[in-house]
Design a protein around this ligand. Structure first.
Ligand code: GLA
Length: 500
């Protein structure tokens, strides 16, 4: 009897208990041919589970585990040192499968996903490569005036593909946009495929032949832009350029790429803000080494006072804020961060308050006219973010107002500044070549407002010639000042030049 009990106890103790230790992968195939993989690298000790979880660009560490012996709850938090994002995973072993569900931001998994065992090391986060020491990357000679063109993100997000880029290029070349100065057709995130055996980046199924696409865009007299990240993944979780900087720059040059937007994204898992300059310098050097003229657009949301070092890494433009959205408050929030940056714009190097939302439907035409005017007084890049194949005449008119564009593109490259503010009304002024000035009367209030500029307050002597840039007509001044009735959420924009 005694012996039997002892034997039973021994047998129970040696029964293979559920052990979740191992590297598990949930593969989620995408229609573009890429796979979104989540790796759970777990180590079980008794009823405690530790480890890391990588959801493409998001890297979590398991902070607590509870439950068992079959079903465990893992509380994991993001390991980027910036945010407190937490996700709760429920995991249950069933035979050779691990059933996983996730709750919380960044979980990216459905309610009951199946993970399979993956080879040890697969999906592990790459080791950190120390950033290079700082030096000045030679200026590439580009973007003497703010870049103009189109970018896919605001309207298309992940839906951009070869056919849409071609038809956008067709539209741009024929509808007056190109004639008005729009030149770059920029593919944003989600074009990336996997790397080949030699590590060369390939485009995914949505872009069967990037070189052919570049040839096509060039045949329209336009230029082609692309997107990547200094981190292992882009913001949408696709392949980034980490560890392949020179190789990718060479690939893009061979394809005929003319513009790169380089987006920090997952680089934050490996580098601090203080290291950003060195990390961006690496790609600046790589682009320089290709000898192809490639506009270099830094996208790191205005962190680390990028305007102070952007030119050092040969950046032609740098984002100054987080992402714009197609809402009046979003556009305003970004605009309100620009006045302090006035001194940092110059030919070749511009502050980038993000792409235009004009025509995307979330604002009125009056508000879009304000958006266009404010971006132009700021000497901001003009990257249309709407569907150029399908615009109302009014939106096309806003985007192609030559006189407003001439302000944006003024060769002095000087960013405007706020001259005065009174409640909801602001007057902005920008110096132009030939001692001319552009002025925006901006009314953010809910009612139209009469606004007045005394020329002496703007440092203008005598009576200037005045041109209303939206009415497209000359107007008369009286007694050393100009007054206008400015619509709610709107602008009046004028150009002042020496009187005749
Ligand atoms: C970031 C950028 C956006 C866009 C997306 C793409 O959010 O700021 O402009 O490029 O990534 O994933």
């Amino acid at each position: 009897m005694k012996t039997t009990l002892a034997a039973l106890l021994l047998a129970a103790a040696t029964l293979p208990a559920a052990d979740l230790t191992g590297n598990w992968v949930v593969a989620q195939p995408q229609s573009d041919g890429t796979s979104r993989n989540t790796y759970l690298n777990l180590k079980q000790e008794g009823e405690k589970i530790a480890g890391t979880i990588r959801v493409s660009q998001f890297f979590y560490s398991v902070k607590e585990s509870s439950g068992g012996p079959e079903t465990f709850t893992l509380n994991a938090s993001l390991m980027d040192g910036h945010s407190e994002r937490r996700t709760t995973y429920t995991v249950r072993l069933a035979g050779d499968e691990l059933h996983v569900s996730a709750a919380g931001r960044g979980g990216a998994l459905g309610p009951d996903m199946v993970a399979h065992r993956a080879p040890a090391g697969e999906g592990a986060y790459p080791a950190r490569v120390a950033p290079p020491s700082l030096h000045k990357v030679p200026y590439n000679g580009l973007a003497k005036t703010p870049p103009m063109g189109w970018n896919s993100w605001n309207k298309f997000h992940g839906r951009v593909d070869d056919a849409s880029v071609r038809s956008i290029a067709d539209a741009m070349a024929s509808n007056g946009m190109k004639a008005a100065g729009y030149l770059y057709v920029n593919i944003d995130d989600t074009w990336e495929g996997t790397r080949d055996a030699a590590g060369n980046i390939q485009s995914n199924k949505k872009f069967p032949d990037m070189k052919a696409l570049a040839d096509y865009v060039h045949s329209k007299g336009l230029k082609l832009g692309i997107y990547s990240s200094p981190g292992p993944n882009t913001c949408a979780g696709y392949e980034g350029s980490y560890g392949h900087e020179e190789q990718d720059a060479k690939t893009w040059a061979a394809w005929g790429i003319d513009y790169l937007k380089y987006d920090w994204c997952s680089a934050r898992n490996l580098y601090t803000d203080e290291e950003m300059q060195a990390v961006y310098q690496k790609m600046g050097d790589a682009l320089h080494a290709t000898s192809r003229p490639i506009v270099y657009s830094l996208c790191q949301y205005g962190r680390a006072e990028v305007w102070k070092w952007g030119p050092e890494v040969s950046g032609n433009l740098w984002r100054t804020t987080g992402d714009i959205s197609d809402r009046w408050q979003s556009m305003l929030g970004i605009f309100d961060k620009q006045n302090v940056l006035t001194g940092y714009a110059a030919p070749g190097h511009f502050n980038d308050p993000d792409m235009l939302e004009i025509g995307n439907g979330g604002m009125t035409d009056t508000e879009y006219r304000a958006h266009m005017s404010l971006w132009s007084i700021l000497a901001a890049p003009l990257l249309a973010g709407n569907d150029l194949r399908d615009m109302t005449p009014s939106i096309l008119d806003i985007l192609t107002n030559r006189e407003v564009i001439a302000v944006d593109q003024d060769p002095l490259g000087k960013q405007g500044r706020r001259l005065s503010q009174s409640g909801d009304q602001e007057i902005w002024m920008r110096d132009l070549t030939g001692n001319a000035k552009a002025v925006v009367f901006f009314n953010r209030g809910g009612d139209s407002a009469k606004m007045t500029l005394k020329f002496s307050d703007a440092g203008i002597k005598g009576e200037p010639k005045i041109r209303d840039l939206w009415a497209r007509q000359d107007v008369a001044a009286s007694n050393g000042e100009f007054s206008a009735t400015v619509p709610s959420h709107g602008v009046v924009m004028i150009k002042l030049s020496a009187g005749q």
